[in-house]
Design a protein around this ligand. Sequence first.
Ligand SMILES: *Cc1c(COP(=O)(O)O)cnc(C)c1O
Length: 376
Amino acid sequence: MHPIRFSDVSDSCTLLKPDLENAFAQVLTEGNFIKGTPVRDFAQELSKYLQGSEVIPCGNGTDALQIALMALDIPPGSEVIVPVFNYVSAAEAVALLGLVPVFADVLPDTFTLDPASVAAKISYKTRAIIVVHLFGQCADLKTLTLLAQKHDLFIVEDNAQSLGAEYIAADSTRYFAGTVAHIGTTSFFPTKMLGALGDGGALFTREEELATAIRQIASHGQSRKYTYERVGINSRLDTIQAAFLLVKLKYLDTYIEQRQLLAQEYDQHFQDSRLIQVPGRAAYSTHVFNHYVVQVPAEQRDNLRTYLLQKQIPTAVYYATPLHLQPAYYYLGNFYGDFPVAESLCQKVMALPLHPALTLEQVDYIISCIKEYEHK
Ligand SMILES: *Cc1c(COP(=O)(O)O)cnc(C)c1O
């Protein structure tokens, strides 16, 4: 058995090596390292994949969030609601723009925004909600959209972890995650669903006016070369990364299927486990399992992780600390006890290895080691 890796950054690239080398050679020959044709081609292909939503590439997923908030023209001092159990990007982008991040708690089974907590945080200063589709599954967009409409708020979908997941509306219509609200954002960081060989990101929108604003903001606010229509930033997807992404996009659905197959194997074996609580599945979403995150009783989690590491099984904790307890966000004035679900999840969550290059045999080995620990 091959060594088990937590993520597949180099494994899947090895399989695609000839294609990636071809892409590299072509970019080298053409010499357009910035804004070369692969950037436009990739945006078009991804747009097709997303059933026509406009795709505007940018430098990374964090920039994408910042550009989204800039395009929505939210006045400084306004409040933007973000999940407290999350990667740092959403809160960071909000704070950087002179807006106020307001944390909301998440649901204990699916880890995504709890609409009740969001509702409690809406004030007359609230202008937007950043809805994060965490670990590969959509948040409760239906309830959150109703809330947003009622209070006249924008929704930005942070889809960095769930590209390819589908949101299932009440009438059973399916929409790709990130294409439902005003603006969606994503990341092509190597370990995401569609990973580049470096940094990359994109924004999605169906509104032409927003698409124009986003395009300008990502390019120094230019409407034409050297005409600065508004204050922008410099955030581009490199030609070379676009060329790599064009190769990898063809395999996105295959990768998703492989991830789902492995997740199902974990699910089945841990169904009746008293140690492992499998990730909750929402009826309103498919799950693409960017991460397979289980919950383990707090007093056991770190022991189990050490035990697994001795068996050469790497695990990870997303996330070990809720954002309100991170030094950079103390100034917002939250305390321990303010977000009980997030605080408890941070003690219990553990991500098991899951990626397209992992085999069923490896997953079964991981399962058997966990069962061994459980019955020791
Ligand atoms: C990875 C990630 C981001 C940021 O993406 P980068 O490309 O690393 O800037 C933002 N939000 C979430 C939820 C993420 O997982």
